[in-house]
Design a protein around this ligand. Sequence first.
Ligand code: MG
Length: 246
Amino acid sequence: MTFSDALCPSCALFLDFDGTLVEIASHPQAVVVPKGLPATLARWRDVLGGAVAVVSGRPIQQIDGFLAPVVLSVAGVHGAERRRADGSVAWQTVHPMQPVVDAAAALVRAYPSLEMESKRGAVAVHYRQAPQLQFLCLSTMQAAVERSEGLTLLCGKMVVEAKPSCTSKSQAIDAFMQEVPFAGRTAVFVGDDATDESGFASVQRRGGIGVKVGDGPTVARARVADPMAMREAMERALARYTERRA
Ligand SMILES: [Mg+2]
C-alpha cells in the first residue's frame, strides 16, 4: 500500500503539521509554508466532501495562521481543542499545569537556548538549539509531571511536552470519525514523529491506513520520504483524480 493508493475519494484525511506537511524548522515559529500548500489542502477538502483535518500539537490558532486564508477542521494541542467540520469547537477539560509551567520556566531561565511554549492545556520545552540538554529536559519535566495529577509527558523530535493524559491525537481522530463528514470513510493518518505511532495503530485497527513520513521504525503500513514527497504525492493524486473526472 502506498500513500497514493490510500488517497482515494472515500478516505478521511488526517494530517500532522510539523515534519509532515511542512519541514521542521529551527524554531516552532520559523516554519515555512510552501506557497501552494493551503490551496492543495483546500482542494482535497472539496474532493473528500470536507473530510480533511489537521491533527497537531500546536494550537488551532497557529495552524489557521499558517494556512490562511484556508480554514480546515483542526485538532490542536493534541486534541485538547478540536474544531469540527461545522466550525464549532470542542474543548477538553484543562488540568492544573502550574508545576510543569514552573519547571519549564526555571529550565529556560537557566538555559536560554531552550525554548518554552505555553499553550492552553500543554507546556512544551524545545531543545533543538541545545540537543545536549535532552536528558535534563526529560528528567526535569518528568519529575514535574509526576507532581501533577492527570498529566503525562510526550517526547517528540527535540521537544518534551506535558499534556493531559486524556488527550491524544488518536482520540481526536476517533472523535472526528464519529461525526459528519468523516464518519463512514476510511481514515488515513499521516505523521512523522514517535508521538504519531499510537494514531497509526488506532486508525489501522479500524481498517484505516497510517502513513509515516521519513525514516525510523513504525507500525504505519505506508511511508513517504519527507514532507516534500508527501506534498508532491498529494498534488499528483489530485491531478489524477481531477483528470479522471474530466
Ligand atoms: Mg510532526
